[in-house]
Design a protein around this ligand. Structure first.
Ligand code: ACO
Length: 430
């Protein structure tokens, strides 16, 4: 596994200003309204949801179109011209999962923001390939980070999941329920793809991306969102088995019911329509015109969908649309945050820019967020002691988690109602 981190923002704590507002302790120049929780919320104070940290992580193993030619009846030329994809990253060992990729991406986002995991109030993991049906991948990520004060849940909206999760994060922050929300898109789609089905296996890839959303008094941030769903198209893109409608059985396994099934052409038509519509709607809500947009970061499924929707229908020029699907394929919920990180690395995002994130996916679902980018994106001023402190934090989190598991094993020997039930001691650990 190679950790690939976005070019993070500055790590300065010097009290620089962002859009005329003073910087607090946040390394990213945007001060959380309150960092000590719980704090009474002043309902009259202006409150904004700013993206202050970002990061991504993809597995090391790469499968090119030429590699796929050896597995299924396909050609590099077909894949490139019909989708734009050239290669994708996939997990190589059982120790790599959606949660482990998500943890790496989340660590990178926290590092950019220079925020300790214990400050995070909520973790939302959007995923189409969760670790389990129960528990949530978000809870496993929470434990891996040592985010001991965070609530955690998974969000299921397929490839639209990251935009949905960002909208939820904004809502929690504007309502005053959270100061820091970690939004993660994490996928190991290679585990639910049928590697004998050329219509789907060439499309998908694995990876994770994360952003840290912070409460701020700096105007801007996530300014509007639009979410949509049309469940009449539920059968167009589905993993039929493994849920309550078709529980796992020998038959569901032998018939391939646990793999992604898709009507690609129908999804293509739907995607082309909703990407343009959702972008228009979110811009309308944000009080912006199409010409005001500096960069669109669309869900990275197929370059033809992006061309037909964002470029042709909205007439947004190519240089204002970020595309990196040639390297990763469709990483579902991870595609937009990975693209965001790479757009920052490529110097395409600056404070004051108007961004649109727009996605679509199974459900059918779609969504868009409008963002007034407000934080600096300069390289971090990394120091050895900061790095050491961070590693120590994560080692302590791992040790703490092991200790809690060990304690529970001991207490499991006693009846729950006995004086050795362990509730007091467990509470002390939390
Ligand atoms: N290699 C070679 N030939 C192929 C392949 C392949 N990998 N896949 C399909 N073909 C063939 C088909 O069999 C068909 O052959 P035929 O004409 O002899 O029957 C021909 O290519 C054309 O197939 P179409 O399906 O019409 O090709 P299309 O141009 O529509 O492209 C694609 C297919 C790439 C799947 C496209 O429809 C698409 O991108 N759809 C959207 C899919 C998507 O984005 N899904 C993710 C949604 S997000 C989420 O929630 C996970």
């Amino acid at each position: 596994m190679s950790e690939q981190q976005s070019q993070p923002s500055n790590m300065n704590t010097s009290g620089a200003t962002v859009n005329g507002h003073s910087n607090g302790s946040n390394g990213n120049g945007v001060q959380a309204v309150s960092q000590a929780s719980p704090q009474p919320i002043n309902p009259f104070a202006p409150r904004y949801a700013q993206i202050v940290g970002w990061g991504y992580h993809v597995p090391e193993k790469v499968i090119t179109n030429f590699d796929l030619e050896k597995i299924v009846d396909t050609q590099d030329e077909w894949i490139r011209t019909r989708t734009g994809i050239e290669e994708r990253h996939v997990v190589a060992s059982p120790s790599e999962t959606s949660a482990t990729l998500g943890i790496q991406a989340a660590k990178a986002a926290l590092e950019v923001a220079d925020i300790h995991p214990s400050k995070v109030d909520l973790i939302i993991c959007a995923t189409s390939s969760p670790e389990h049906i129960v528990p949530s991948t978000a809870s496993i990520i929470q434990d891996g980070l040592g985010a001991t004060n965070a609530g955690a849940f998974d969000l299921s909206a397929a490839c639209s999941g990251f935009v949905y999760a960002l909208s939820m994060a904004r809502g929690h922050i504007l309502a005053g329920d959270a100061e820091y929300v970690l939004v993660i898109g994490a996928e190991t789609l290679s585990r639910i793809v049928d590697w004998t089905d050329r219509a789907t296996c060439v499309l998908f890839g694995d990876g994770a991306g994360a952003v840290l959303v912070a409460a701020s008094d700096v105007p801007g941030g996530i300014t509007a969102s639009v979410l949509g769903s049309d469940g009449s198209g539920a059968d167009l893109l589905t993993v039929p088995a493994g849920g309550s409608a078709m529980p796992s059985s020998l038959e569901t396994v032998s018939s391939g019911g646990h793999y992604i099934k898709m009507d690609g052409t129908a999804v293509f038509r739907f995607a082309t329509r909703v990407m343009a519509e959702a972008t228009r709607q979110v811009l309308g809500k944000a009080g912006l015109r199409v010409e005001d947009v500096d960069l669109v970061i669309p869900h990275q499924a197929n370059v033809r969908i992006i061309q037909n929707s964002v470029l042709k229908q909205l007439k947004i020029p190519e240089e204002k649309v970020f595309v990196n699907l040639q390297k990763y394929g469709n990483t579902s919920t991870a595609s937009i945050p990975i693209a965001l990180c790479e757009a920052i690395e490529a110097g395409k995002i600056h404070p004051g820019n108007n961004l649109v994130f727009v996605g679509f996916g199974a459900g059918l679902t779609w969504g868009a967020c409008s963002i007034k980018w407000s934080v600096p994106v300069a390289k971090p001023n990394e120091t050895w002691w900061r790095n050491t402190a961070r590693q120590a934090t994560y080692q302590a989190a791992a040790a703490r988690s092991m200790w809690k598991r060990a304690i529970r094993r001991v207490y499991s020997q006693f009846p729950a109602e006995s004086r050795w039930g362990g509730r007091k001691e467990e509470n002390e650990l939390s």
